[in-house]
Each structure stands twice: as C-alpha cells, then as structure tokens.
Unconditional design. Structure first.
Length: 368
C-alpha cells in the first residue's frame, strides 16, 4: 500500500516538471509573435516620381474669332438674279458671289454717256467761238464785254462736262456694284439672299471670314495681367476636341472690362488646316515659365512647400523623411518639379494620419 502511494507521488512530480519545462520553451515564441507587422499601403497612398517638363500657366477662357472678316452689303437696290455661293464654301478675293438685276443701271449709264457726248460737243463748239472772238478782240472788231460773254459761256460748258463725267463715273460704279464680289480670301459663313428676292440698299448679303489665322479673346484677372507679355506661348483646348492647340500673345487691351475688372488678352493662333472654327469656346493657360528634365510629383506629395519642403520617401520597406528643393510649382496642373528625389522612386502621395518616419510599410503590387 505504501509502495503504491509513493509511486503515485513520483508520477505526479514528473508530470508537473514536464509541464513547467514546456511552458518555459513557449515564452520565446510568444515574444516573436508580438512583433509589429508592416503597414500595407493602398495604390492611392503611393505615387512614383516621374521625369518630364512642367509649365507654370495663367489660366484663361475665351472665344475664337477671325480677325480678318468682312460683311458685304448691297450698294444698290435691285432684284437678285443669281447667287453663286453657299455657306461653308471657300472664296477668293474678287470672286463673284452674286449678280443683281442691272437693267435700270445699264440704261442710266447709257443715258449718262449720251449726255456726256453732247456736253463734249458743246464744249468744242464753245472753244471754237472763244478762239474766233479772241482774234476779233485783238483786231478791235468786238468789245471786251462781248469777248467776256463768250469766255464765260466756254467756262460754263467746261464745268457742265466735268459734272457729267462725274455722274457717268457714279453710274458706272453702281453698275459694277450690281456684281457682288468677295473683298477678301476666306469662307462664306453667312448668306442672306436668294435668287428672285429684292436686295435693299445697304442690306447685308454675305459674311466672309479668313479662318487661316484666328484669335482667342482671353479674359485675365487684373491681379496677374502684369505677368503677361506679347510673344508668350499659350496652350488651350476647345470644346468637342481632345487635341491641344497653341498660340502666341499678340496684344493686350490696356483698359479693363467694366463689369469684371479683368483684361482682354488677344492670342493669335495659326489655323492652316482649318480644324479650328470661329466662335468655339477655348480654355487653357498662358505659359509664364517652363522647365524640362525635372522630377515631377503631385503638389500634395510635397509637405511644407512654403518653408522647408520635404517628402516621405519609401526606402527598403521603410518611410524616410527627405528634404527636397522646389524648382517650379504649377497651380493649374497641381504638380511640382523637385530635386532630391530620383525618377522611379516611390513616395507617399499625401500626408497620412498616424504615419511616421522609420515605420515599416508594404508597397501595393502595382508599385513593387
């Protein structure tokens, strides 16, 4: 009985010893399991620095217009006989656009020509009389008063001839105006008449614009208009087209608009292929300064840009606070050109709450 009890006590002691031994071995494993894991970053949290060019631009909006345009009005009142062009057709300077009924004008020209011939004959006769009377006066056969009367008649005839020549020239000009011609090279963008209608004098018939060169009338705030100079490059897009266009600042209106207190800047745009159309709304910016071959980052990635700028770079799985120098900031594109970061390096796209330098992080698959 006593022997059995001793054996039971001995077995219990061995069991407790084994349990303590196993517990001591487990402590190092628990310490290893409590080590902090790397923070996983999302794709939106990381941006990769890229090399490229950056421009600081002054935003503007405006409308495209043709600086070289013309409206053709009727110089005479007449019925429209023929119209030779339609909207959208290209015309050359001097090309016939329409023909008006010139029957009455032709008759007026014929009448003035006949009257001019009569006046010319009367003047010739008056000249012969004047020469004869001068001879008689020199011989003393007539008085000075009689000669003066003949000379006065000749002067009146000469004046009548000159007036008739003027009337004939006016009639011929009106006759020529019955053929409506294009005053400039361009495209017909407005047509107001049709054959058979009566064109009233001074009524608009056509509008023609040369679209090979356009202008953007851009509105610029008064606070920044002093930064704009003629010759600066401007880049813009137009509604309905993804393509970007460029032009040059041609001139600046020195007087501000009364309502908005903004200034109008005129940007000249070459348009040889005619892709741009008059009246389109343009949106873009005037290039104030430009830089190339720099590392580009979103402005939100650069912290304290007005003081001592820095970015949170990611090196070997850890966050590193790295100072940078800003070469150029583009407010329109919200991009900064910096030095201190190499192209291809990942940095935090913006400041993250609770993230500190030295912390271990894990990059998203798209950046690894």
């Amino acid at each position: 009985m006593r022997s059995a009890l001793m054996l039971l006590l001995l077995a219990a002691g061995l069991t407790v010893g084994c349990s303590r031994h196993e517990g001591g071995d487990a402590k190092p494993g628990k310490a290893a399991a409590s080590a902090p894991a790397a923070r996983e970053l999302a794709e939106a949290d990381v941006v990769v620095a890229k090399a490229g060019a950056l421009a600081d631009m002054l935003p503007f909006t405006g409308t495209l217009s043709a600086p070289s345009s013309a409206s053709i009005a009727a110089e005479v009142e007449a019925r429209v006989k023929e119209v030779r062009v339609r909207e959208g057709e290209r015309v050359s300077k001097g090309q016939v656009l329409a023909v008006l009924d010139a029957e009455a004008l032709d008759q007026s020209v014929s009448e003035q020509e006949a009257q001019l011939a009569n006046n010319r004959s009367r003047l010739q006769l008056a000249k012969i009389k004047l020469d004869k009377q001068r001879e008689l006066l020199q011989k003393g056969f007539i008085s000075q008063l009689a000669f003066d009367e003949v000379q006065s008649d000749y002067t009146v005839r000469a004046g009548e001839l000159k007036a008739q020549e003027t009337q004939l020239a006016r009639a011929r000009r009106l006759q020529a105006d019955s053929v409506v011609k294009a005053p400039i090279d361009g495209v017909v963008y407005e047509r107001k008449i049709n054959p058979g209608e009566v064109a009233a004098k001074n009524a608009k018939l056509f509008s023609v614009a040369d679209l090979r060169e356009l202008e953007v009338s851009a509105s610029v705030p008064s606070q920044r208009v002093a930064l704009v100079k003629p010759g600066m490059t401007a880049r813009f897009t137009v509604e309905g087209q993804a393509q970007a266009y460029s032009g040059l600042v041609a001139r600046i209106n020195p007087v501000a608009q009364s309502g908005t207190r903004s200034f109008t800047v005129f940007i000249r745009v070459e348009n040889p292929d005619g892709r741009l159309k008059g009246g389109l709304f343009a949106k873009g910016g005037i290039v104030l300064s430009e830089i190339a071959g720099q590392t580009l980052l979103p402005q939100n990635a650069v912290q304290d840009p007005e003081g001592k700028p820095w970015v949170m770079a990611i090196e070997k799985g850890r966050l590193v606070k790295r100072p940078v120098r800003i070469a150029l900031l583009s407010e329109t594109e919200r991009v900064a050109a910096v030095s201190g970061v190499s192209p291809g390096e990942p940095v935090l796209a913006a400041r993250l709450l609770g993230v500190i330098a030295g912390e271990a992080v894990s990059l998203p698959p798209s950046v690894r």
